[in-house]
Design a protein. Structure first.
Length: 66
């Protein structure tokens, strides 16, 4: 009886470990994607800054739709 309980517990732990492994793998993929997006945005911001088109807003300036 005790052996069967141990086997059931082991099976449960294996299943849980596999599920957690899948979750961690998906999170790693998502982190990689987000890191690539951040790098792309940083490059765009650097390009805009070097071109002088950063879009600095001056408080006294009226928006173009007025």
């Amino acid at each position: 009886m005790a052996e069967q309980k141990i086997e059931e517990e082991l099976a449960h732990l294996r299943r849980t470990t596999e599920e957690l492994s899948e979750i961690v793998a998906k999170q790693a993929d998502e982190i990689d994607l987000l890191n690539r997006r951040v790098q792309m945005l940083l490059m765009r911001a650097a390009d805009q800054e070097s071109e002088g088109t950063g879009g600095v807003v001056i408080a006294d300036e009226r928006p173009p739709h007025y």
